[in-house]
Ligand binder design. Structure first.
Ligand code: FAD
Length: 451
């Protein structure tokens, strides 16, 4: 086989999954990865647990170092190298080396873009003050940890009520920091319907978190270069630390002058093989668009599960294989202290947008047999198509043992199951694990009665 050179931009989940797969399949490929930060192959998902202290060192979040990649896999990872431009006419990328401040053009035969996403940062007054952090890469986690150690903040404001904001709320609570959440939407966790978001809201209040919903950031105040207050459209909140949890957008601005097609949200358009519109250019992970299997529409979601899988698909195909990524049902899970929150499929708002006639219900059940010590409340919301009874989505909130039940619903969605199919599933039961009817089946039984 002809000697082939693969250049990968971005050295984390998607990029390194792809590079490793190519190496396993094609020992002769030359593989170079450009990574703009100091770290490669790390778990961004672990950052909140490093900040809380549950994970003691940042090294525990690093799966493999550049020296391991070169020694064990013959993959050359160049950290502190940022790709500034892609020239698809001449098959080369412009690279900036932060170590010696030089720039050079690197040629490729195949190019994989795996540049992930970036935390949205509003360019309001004083947004560059010290003490304001977006959480995306290990470097950002290290900076927050160093700030907390140095300044010992007593109170923090989290802007945005999504899952990264909530996980950071948990981390700060565990550090003894008083947390306030400022959230633009009607309820926290807008990846859930507002009625389930309200249950998350109540859980957060039980943990001592103050929440201001339907409130927008206007600007920051600072004192001696450090943030001192968040000013919203309704009030001024004094603070010692700000975490931005306002969402993730694809890291694709360096492609602005290229011929690579982007979606409206600036995610790279790919087919199911993870190919872009340009020959020999591939994309995977948080920088790329995917497809929602329930709505059958193009979809953007920034998750480690999707990044690893799309990286593997891209790597397989770059190496000459033939693998398709089917798409996602948008399954996600998170924990805030004792509360577990999970979702999959469509929301009510999406059903309305796509003009799907649906029924929905919320039930309250228990995580174990009601009489068994430690049984806790669990709320399950299901949505199903009115005409067919086909499951459209599910949302859960409860304590220990609640969250992973979402995987039953995700499997049901991926397999186009109806409520009756879910009721018929031979799910496990013993008193320490669930009531005789698992809560997801109890919800399906109630909802089928509404069709
Ligand atoms: C706090 C937090 C918690 C999370 N928790 C979960 C979770 O529980 N479950 C889950 O599924 N997902 C979670 N995620 C999301 C998950 O971490 C991401 O979806 C995943 O890391 C995406 O992988 P990626 O390789 O596409 O992008 P990234 O991990 O963002 O990696 C992209 C890399 O590209 C580099 N890069 C960017 N631009 C350039 C350039 N021009 N040149 C060179 N290098 C570049 C970046 O420095 C970065 O290292 C979490 C994310 C965060 C921030």
């Amino acid at each position: 086989m002809k000697k082939n050179k693969l250049v990968v931009i971005g050295g984390d989940a998607a990029g390194m999954s792809a590079a490793s797969k190519v190496r396993r399949e094609q020992p002769d490929f030359e593989i170079i990865v450009f990574e703009k930060s100091e770290y490669t192959s790390y778990s961004a998902c672990g950052i909140p647990y490093f900040i809380s202290g549950e994970v003691e060192t940042i090294e525990e979040l690093i799966v493999r170092s550049p020296s391991e990649f070169i020694k064990k896999y013959n993959i050359k990872v160049q950290t502190l190298h940022e790709v500034l431009e892609v020239d698809t006419d001449n098959n080369k990328v412009l690279v900036h080396n932060y170590a010696d401040k030089t720039q050079f053009w690197e040629p490729y035969d195949q190019l994989l873009i795996a540049t992930g996403g970036k935390a949205f940062c509003p360019t309001v007054e004083n947004h560059t003050s010290d003490g304001i952090f977006g959480i995306q890469t290990l470097t950002s986690g290290i900076k927050v940890d160093a700030f907390i150690s140095k300044h010992q903040p007593k109170k923090a404001v989290i802007i945005g009520g999504g899952y990264i904001g909530l996980e950071m709320a948990e981390a700060l609570i565990l550090k003894g920091i008083k947390v306030t959440i400022v959230n633009r939407s009607k309820e926290v966790m807008n990846s859930l319907d507002p009625d389930m978001g309200k249950k998350v809201h109540d859980a957060l209040q039980n943990l001592g978190v103050t929440i201001y919903n339907s409130e927008s950031l206007s600007y920051f105040e600072e004192k001696d270069g450090i943030v001192s207050a968040v000013v919203t459209d309704k009030k001024t909140i004094k603070t010692d630390l700000v975490i931005l949890g306002m969402g993730t957008s694809p890291n694709t601005s360096f492609l602005a002058n290229s011929k690579i097609k982007l979606s409206e949200r600036k995610a790279i358009k790919v087919n199911r093989y993870q190919q872009t519109n340009v020959k020999n250019v591939w994309a995977a992970g948080d920088c790329a668009e995917t497809r929602n299997l329930v709505s059958k529409k193009p979809f953007y979601i920034a998750l480690g599960t999707v990044a690893n899988k799309t990286g593997l698909v891209a790597g397989t195909n770059i190496a000459g294989g033939n693998l398709k990524f089917p798409g996602v049902v948008a399954t996600a899970v998170c924990k805030i202290c004792v509360y577990e929150i999970a979702r999959t499929g469509l929301l009510e708002s999406e059903c309305k947008e796509y003009k799907i006639d649906y029924v929905t219900t919320i039930i309250r059940s228990k995580t174990r047999a009601g009489y068994f010590p430690g049984a806790k409340d669990i709320f399950v919301k299901l949505l199903a198509e009115k005409k067919t009874g086909k499951l459209l989505g599910g949302q859960l909130i409860g304590e220990e043992g609640a969250a992973k039940r979402i995987d039953v619903l995700a499997t049901a969605l991926s397999s186009n199951l109806t409520l009756q199919n879910i009721i018929d599933l031979d799910l496990s039961y013993a008193p320490p694990f669930s009531p005789v009817w698992d809560p997801v089946q109890t919800a399906a039984r109630k909802l089928i009665g509404m069709i």
